[in-house]
Design a binder for this molecule. Sequence first.
Ligand code: AMP
Length: 472
Amino acid sequence: MTFADLGLSPKVLSAVSDAGYTEPTPIQAGAIPHALEGKDVLGIAQTGTGKTASFVLPMLTRLERGRARARMPRTLILEPTRELAAQVEENFVKYGKNHRLNIALLIGGVSFDEQERKLERGADVLIATPGRLLDHFERGKLLLTGVDILVIDEADRMLDMGFIPDIERICKLIPFTRQTLFFSATMPPEITKLTQQFLQAPVRVEVSRPATAAVNITQRLVKAGSKPWAKRERLRELIRAEGDEVKNAIIFCNRKTEVATLFRSLARHEFDAGALHGDMDQRARMMMLENFRKGNLKLLVASDVAARGLDIPAVSHVFNFDVPTHAEDYVHRIGRTGRAGRSGKAFTIVTRADKKYVAGIEKLIGQEIAWLDGDLSTLTAEDEAEERPRRGRTGRGERARGGRRTAPEKAKRPDEAAPKPAEDRRRRKDAIKSSNEAEQKKPAPKQEREDTSAPVGFGDDIPDFMKVHGKV
Ligand code: AMP
C-alpha cells in the first residue's frame, strides 16, 4: 500500500514524499481513510508507530477547504505535555509545507501575549495542553464553537496526569457535530468511559504495542549493589563498555531530583550529558531537546513525564537508571530505541529493592529479561556491604556520610572524578549551575507530577526499629 491509496490530497502527498516516507505504517493505513471520511476514530497506538501523521495528514487534507476566523480555531489538538504539543506543531510544519495554515501553540511556560495574537489572527490548527487552553478560554480570548475536528492524543497519559476533568470540560465546549480523533496507548476503564461519552460510532484501529513488536531491541538487566553510588558506577561502566555503539542514549530516572543528581555526576565524570526534567523552564527544555536531536549531546538524563512521547529518531540506547515502578513506563521507555526498524539496546539497572518491579515488567511484556552478567544472587558481600544506608536519602548518601572528608578518603570514593583542565571545569560548572537554577524553579505545575513519591519524614530510610512488622 502507498500513501496515494489513502485518499490524501496532492499537496499532502508531495510533502510526505519529500519527508522520505513511502509506505504508511499500520496505524496510518488504518486510520487515515476513515479520518478523511469524517468519521470518529479510536486509535490504540503509542508513539513510535507513526501515530502523529495518522491524524496530521488527514487534517491537512480536510483543512484545504475553508478558512479560519478570529478567535475561532477550526481544529483543536490536545496533548498532555508541552514537548508533545511542540512535536505535533513540527509535524504540521513538515507535512503542511505546501499549505498556508496558521498554527497556534498554547502551552504553559510561554507568554500569553504572543499566543493571544495568534488566536486573534485566526488559527487553522490549535495545539494545546488542557490547562493552558482553559486559561485562554476563561480569559475570553477563545471560542471553541468553530472547531470541526478535535484530536485527543495520549489519552491514557492525560489520565495519569489528572487531566480527565479538563478534557471532559473541553469536549462539552465543542459542538457535538465535530469529528473526534482519539488516541491512547492503553485502554483503562476511565478512558473507555470517556470514549463512550464523547465519540460517535468510532472506527477502532489498534496496532500492536512496541514492546511486543520490538524484537529489534536487545534488553538486559544489570545488577547493582546497594551502596548509594553503586548504580552510578554501574551506569558509567555500561556506557564505557558499549563504547562507540552508543550513538545517543536516554537515561531514565524515576524522580526529577534523581535526574539532577545523576546529570551532575555524569558531568563531573566528563560524560557528554544533558538533563530534561519537569522543573526546567520551557526554553531550557526545548534547547536541551534540540541539542540532543541534532546530535550535539550524546546522553540525555530524563524523567518519564519529561520524555514521554518524544520523537527522537534513532536513539541507540536506553538506560533505565531506576527500574520504573509502573510496568507500562518500561514499555514506553524502551520504545525510545529500536524505532523504525533500527536495532537498539535497553539496559535496566536493578538492585535488590527493585525485584518486585522487575517481576511486574516481565509479566506485562510476557517475557523474562536476560541478565547481563549474572543476576542479583551473584552480588558479592562487598557489593551489598551497605544494604541499608543510614539516615539521608539514597543518592546523597555519600555526601551526607562524607562530611569533611580527608584527602585519602576522597581518593577512595569510586564516584569521584579525576581532576580536569580549568576551562573544561568551568564549562561543566556552568552546565551544572543552569541545571540547579532550573531545579530551583517554583513548584511543578499539575502536569509535572513525577515527583509525587518524594519521601517525607524519614523517606525510604525508616530505621528498622520504627517499622511495624505484620499486623498490630
Ligand atoms: P510517531 O509515532 O508519530 O511519534 O512517529 C514516530 C516516527 O516515525 C517519527 O520519527 C516519524 O517521523 C516517523 N514516521 C512517521 N510515519 C512514517 C512512515 N510512514 N514511514 C517511516 N517513518 C515514519
